[in-house]
Design a protein around this ligand. Structure first.
Ligand SMILES: Nc1nc2c(ncn2[C@@H]2O[C@H](COP(=O)(O)OP(=O)(O)OP(=O)(O)O)[C@@H](O)[C@H]2O)c(=O)[nH]1
Ligand SMILES: [Mg+2]
Length: 214
């Protein structure tokens, strides 16, 4: 009985994700779903990315958080449309929440929709939102063992942003094992090593987005 309920919830989410995907595809909008543990640097990466690309690529942001509008307030400072979803304690966004947020955005004016998921390295990967690309952010202070310890998101993601590489000097993070483990989990994963804070390695990430949007 319990299993049936869970599978129904997931099926309902998949159906709504398809609705989102079709609508966004019809409008020619590419969609990113950004997933990481709390504090890996998702919003900082978005702030840098918006400043670098907003004059080339019209974009909007959906922010997912348990309670506050802090991240949406940060994004708003950068002059792009943003909607905050509060999950009221829920550990991930779902396609229905995203569908409602999409209705608040100027979809006819954008080419890229970036969704920052709730800070959680596990649950969000199970819920398709209708995205084109799933992106996992891992930050150096979290440790190089995290891909193997939390494999689901790394298996499902298309891109990994290894953030806070400015910390490499101060930590025992082993880049060789990190790349080896990523390859063993997902040999199609594209990895960009960046420091959003120091703005290192960002140009390759921006080029990836330019190519994605086309
Ligand atoms: N040293 C360093 N700090 C960073 C970098 N990127 C982000 N930070 C810092 O990490 C902290 C968390 O960054 P956020 O961008 O808020 O992280 P987040 O993933 O959006 O956090 P949640 O939304 O709460 O999950 C902030 O103090 C940032 O300034 C980086 O490349 N290097
Ligand atoms: Mg954030």
């Amino acid at each position: 009985m319990q299993i049936k309920v869970v599978s129904n919830v997931l099926k309902a989410n998949e159906d709504m994700a398809e609705v989102n995907r079709k609508l966004l595809q019809a409008k020619g909008i590419k969609v990113l779903n950004i997933i990481s543990s709390p504090g890996a640097g998702k919003t900082t990466i978005l702030e840098r990315t918006i400043d670098a690309l907003k004059n080339e690529i019209p974009l909007a942001v959906i922010e997912g958080d348990l309670m506050t509008s802090k991240d949406a307030e940060r994004i708003e400072q950068h002059g792009v449309p943003v909607v905050q979803i509060n999950t009221r304690g829920g550990c991930h966004l779902d396609a229905n929440m995203v569908n409602k947020a999409m209705a608040e955005l100027p979809l006819d004016e954008i080419k890229l929709l970036i969704i920052e998921n709730v800070g959680n390295l596990v649950c969000p990967s199970t819920f398709d939102l209708g995205e084109d690309v799933k992106i996992v952010v891992l930050s150096v202070p979290e440790g190089d063992d995290k891909p193997l310890k939390y494999p689901t998101t790394f298996k499902k993601a298309d891109v990994c942003l290894l953030n806070k590489i400015d910390f490499l000097f101060y930590s025992n993070f082993n880049l060789d094992s990190f790349y080896k483990d990523i390859e063993s989990l997902n040999d199609e994963m594209q990895v960009f090593a960046i420091s959003a804070w120091k703005e290192e390695g960002m140009e390759e990430w921006y080029n990836y987005l330019r190519k994605l949007v086309g």
